[in-house]
Design a protein around this ligand. Structure first.
Ligand code: SDX
Length: 432
């Protein structure tokens, strides 16, 4: 069937039909270009943007029916298998995998910007020790605009690259220090001799009084977690970064807003929520009652780590994460990890239940990621912080793409107004 180039909206009254262009991308659904619709006195209504493309992008593509995820056209399975995280970050930012010289140069640039301005450590100290690491990250990332304001002209491509490099380089240090601050342990300065994943583990787990060498199997597993979480089309937090950035806001403020959005349990907070749910279930014998609750519309409980706005089959990242679970648990001798066994039994039971099958609810990336991180000794409170660490690569690529797009405008959605029509002021003595 040939691709349409035009769509016509007809009304069931004598209003004139409206003709609109239909645009096609490289992959995925065609879109009806409704930019001129307002001139015809009508808007579209799509809370949650279930069927709305907010931008053009060439960074990431998800085929929800087939369960496929491509970063710049490369399948996530191949990138997770063959790349390191900085290679994937370079790919997201520049559109191509780096050659040897580019990889060396990019790695050197990032490694040489991992330290924080010394005064930034005072920002951490303004928080209570028991502050959630995500609260600290929102505050500290936002405050970067008060320290690195020498390259914040968002319309200057060179400034955008400098700020992107600073964010990518410093976010692991900020995330790790958010954890160290919780513990009351001294901040560990980054070590340039370590790779990105190893360096984060070092800053998280090392202490000044003894040597620490990251376990290479765990470091590689952690790096896969970062690659899997790096970008995911226009999800809630990425859309937040774009919307904030569309006003010309600097990259640090835009990414801080993205971290805030990611914190929600329906989004990036789901990995922490999944682990807490699995612990609450506790035993295979209790799975049935939680499945029942997840299906009960009068109960707000949902099966954490299950379902997705786009995937209508298994999230490809969940499958890779499940495999990584095996690798990490075997490396740590945790073959009988009860939580992992419980998770696999829960997945099996849910995928045989008509409610989940009919709604095409499958495990998403968060279903297994928490189990891997828990096994690695990462505290639950850091799960979403690590998601934010990884997604910073995608956020800066998407933010840069938006600023480079000559068509981009400040985001300003319209509404369906259901409030009072115009009425006159009522003096207080006349109010009932
Ligand atoms: C991430 O957007 C992204 O790309 C996000 C992400 C990324 O990388 O950026 O992939 C990361 O956020 C993954 C999702 C993590 N969240 C969770 O695991 C929380 C649990 N999942 C749900 O809250 C839910 O599935 C969402 C939020 C993920 C998706 O919700 P949608 O698209 O708004 O779907 P919906 O709420 O309209 O659900 C459709 C139906 C509803 O039932 P009916 O009204 O048809 O009877 O499915 C039901 C929902 O009640 N449903 C669930 C469910 N998820 C959906 N029922 C029980 N348990 C669930 N988990």
């Amino acid at each position: 069937m040939t691709k349409p180039t035009k769509a016509t909206i007809t009304f069931d009254n004598d209003a004139k039909p409206i003709e609109l262009p239909v645009l096609s991308g490289t992959l995925g659904n065609d879109v009806i270009d409704i930019r001129t619709l307002g001139k015809h006195g009508v808007f579209t209504y799509d809370p949650g943007f279930m069927s709305t493309a907010a931008c053009q992008s060439s960074i990431t593509f998800i085929d929800g029916e087939k369960g496929q995820l491509l970063y710049r056209g490369y399948p996530i399975e191949q990138l997770a298998e063959h790349c390191n995280f900085l290679e994937v970050s370079y790919l997201l930012m520049h559109g191509e995998l780096p050659n040897t010289a580019q990889r060396i140069e990019f790695t050197k640039t990032i490694v040489n910007h991992t330290m924080l301005h010394d005064q930034l450590s005072n920002i951490f100290r303004g928080f209570r020790r028991d502050a959630h690491p995500m609260a600290v990250m929102i505050g500290v990332v936002g405050s970067l605009s008060a320290f690195y304001f020498d390259a914040m002209d968002v319309y200057n491509p060179q400034h955008r690259v400098i700020s992107a490099h600073r964010l990518l380089a410093k976010i692991p240090t900020i995330a790790a220090w958010s954890y160290k601050y919780n513990l009351g342990q001294p901040f560990m300065q980054p070590k340039n001799s370590l790779n990105y994943a190893e360096n984060f583990m070092y800053m998280m787990f090392a202490v000044p009084c003894e040597e620490y060498t990251p376990n290479p199997v765990l470091a590689r597993a952690f790096e896969k977690i970062l690659i899997l979480h790096a970008d995911h089309e226009q999800n809630a937090s990425t859309s937040t970064v774009r919307l904030v950035g569309s006003s010309g806001a600097n990259p640090f403020a835009s990414v801080a807003a993205g971290i805030a959005s990611l914190w929600g349990p329906a989004h990036g907070g789901a990995n922490e929520a999944t682990l807490k749910m699995l612990e609450e279930i506790g035993d295979v014998s209790r799975i049935g009652q939680f499945i029942k609750r997840a299906k009960d519309k009068s109960d707000s409980f949902r099966l954490m780590g299950f379902g997705h706005r786009v995937y209508r089959s298994m999230d490809p990242r969940a499958a890779i994460m499940q495999k990584t679970c095996y690798e990490v648990l075997n490396e740590l001798g945790l073959h009988d990890d009860s939580i992992f066994k419980l998770a696999m039994e829960l997945e099996k039971i849910a995928l045989e239940d008509e409610y989940f099958v009919s709604r095409k609810l499958y495990p998403n990336v968060d279903f297994y990621s928490g189990i891997v991180m828990r096994a690695m000794g990462i505290p639950y409170s850091m799960f979403t912080a690590i998601f934010a660490l990884a997604r910073t690569a995608g956020w800066i690529a998407q933010w840069d793409e938006m600023n480079a797009d000559p068509e981009h405008k400040i985001g300003r959605p319209r509404q369906l107004y259901t409030g009072e029509a115009r009425r006159e002021f009522v003096p207080i003595e006349k109010r009932t």
